[in-house]
Write a protein that binds this ligand. Structure first.
Ligand code: NAP
Ligand code: 3JN
Length: 337
């Protein structure tokens, strides 16, 4: 198989580092790695497949000869640099919010809408982590009977905010346990021993952008406006994995038993739902894993055709890096580069 030249923009960050490990672990057909980051990281050494690489600054010229570029350095870098990469013949898989709603850019979750990849024009968007794990679990149910309304509350790990937030949780926890005062830097309030109903910026109706992304992205991925998602996104003091308490309202009746049967056969999903043995999905069990875990499946008696689910996945893997690498694998397999 051909070996591809692959750039990772944001190679020193939480998502970028995870992309590198997943490329290595899945033995992606890569011949040359081009690790890129900000000026601050120039010259930093990375080991990939037992070879040394040195980080370079992300500049348009670095994309010459690159086949695939993963972007995970924030919206501004994607907006500035992804079009430059595409102009140079590179296929971009972007982890940021920059192009997700761009009609020219397919928004892809391989288990859900791989067929949308055929329309790509060089730039493919990776959804927000909270959307990705939710749509993986909801798509097989939506295929059985259309889901019309979703009410979701998220419990999101600090790794979703990057390396700075991981450090902040560790330091705050140690300081508070030692009886010291802490000064929040990444979040507006202490995250240790706390929960913040605030992820991304607020709009004038009182929703955060993170919450609105879940509605807009789900509509685009499912290719319908006839599904509505109402979200409350909450940051909690765990390092890894996002959990979601989800209510779905379906057109026809969907029993918990049928939902379990459908989900057990669906790609990328592991049903963990045995209350007799106290088995349900948890943050610590999902960390480092590729599957989307679903449990606590039960009828919602307060609405017609309502079902409750608890959905957990590793936010850095299926929520970001793994989904991006799976998109690249699809492009290679389907000859779409
Ligand atoms: P992080 O740990 O803070 O890492 C940020 C990365 O961006 C670092 O590699 C940093 O390089 C690089 N960077 C910053 N400014 C840059 C610039 N001007 N030019 C080139 N590189 C620059 O953050 P993260 O958690 O990895 O997240 C990075 C981005 O990925 C987020 O902003 C978001 O857009 C996206 N993301 C998406 C999801 C998802 O759900 N799909 C989840 C998390 C994050 P230095 O080390 O040199 O500063
Ligand atoms: O907060 C999380 O758990 C996920 C964070 C995602 C994120 C963080 C900073 C900027 C995004 C995203 O993927 O939507 C962005 C962004 O690109 O806007």
């Amino acid at each position: 198989m051909k070996g591809y030249t692959v750039a990772v923009v944001g190679a020193t960050g939480a998502v970028g580092q995870e992309i590198l490990s997943i490329l290595e672990e899945r033995d992606f057909p890569l011949s040359t790695l081009v690790p890129l980051a900000s000026k601050r990281s120039v010259g930093k050494k990375l080991i990939f497949k037992n070879r040394e690489y040195f980080v370079k600054e992300s500049q348009p010229a670095e994309f010459e000869g690159v086949d695939i570029a993963f972007f995970s350095a924030g919206t501004k870098v994607s907006k500035d640099m992804a079009p430059e990469a595409v102009k140079r013949g590179c296929t971009v898989i972007d982890n940021s919010n920059a192009f997700r709603m761009d009609p020219e850019a397919p928004l892809i979750v391989p288990e859900v809408n791989p067929h949308h990849l055929r329309q790509h024009k060089g730039l493919i968007a990776n959804p927000n982590c909270s959307t990705t794990q939710m749509v993986v679990a909801l798509k097989p149910l939506h295929d059985y009977t259309p889901i019309r309304r979703v009410v979701v509350s998220t419990y999101q790990a600090v790794s979703g905010t990057g390396l700075g937030a991981i450090k902040e949780l560790t330091e705050q926890t140690a300081d508070l346990l030692a009886g010291k005062k802490v000064t929040p830097a990444v979040y507006p309030y202490e995250i240790a021993f706390n929960a913040l109903p605030h992820i991304d910026v607020f709009d004038d109706r009182g929703y955060t952008l993170e919450e609105l992304k879940m509605d807009q992205e789900t509509k685009k991925i499912f290719a319908t406006d006839e599904i509505a998602v109402n979200a409350t996104a909450v940051r909690i003091p765990v390092y890894r994995s996002h959990s979601e308490a989800v209510l779905i309202e379906t057109e026809a009746k969907l029993t918990p038993q049928k939902a379990r049967e459908i989900l057990s056969q669906a790609p990328g999903i592991r049903v963990v739902d045995n209350l007799d043995k106290l088995q349900y999905p948890m943050h610590i069990a999902a960390a480092g894993r590729d599957e989307v875990f679903v449990g606590r499946i039960r009828e919602d008696f307060t609405v017609e055709n309502g079902l409750n689910l608890w959905i957990v996945a590793d936010n850095l893997r299926k929520g970001a890096a793994l989904n991006a690498v799976q998109i690249a694998e699809r492009l290679v397999a389907d000859n779409l580069l």
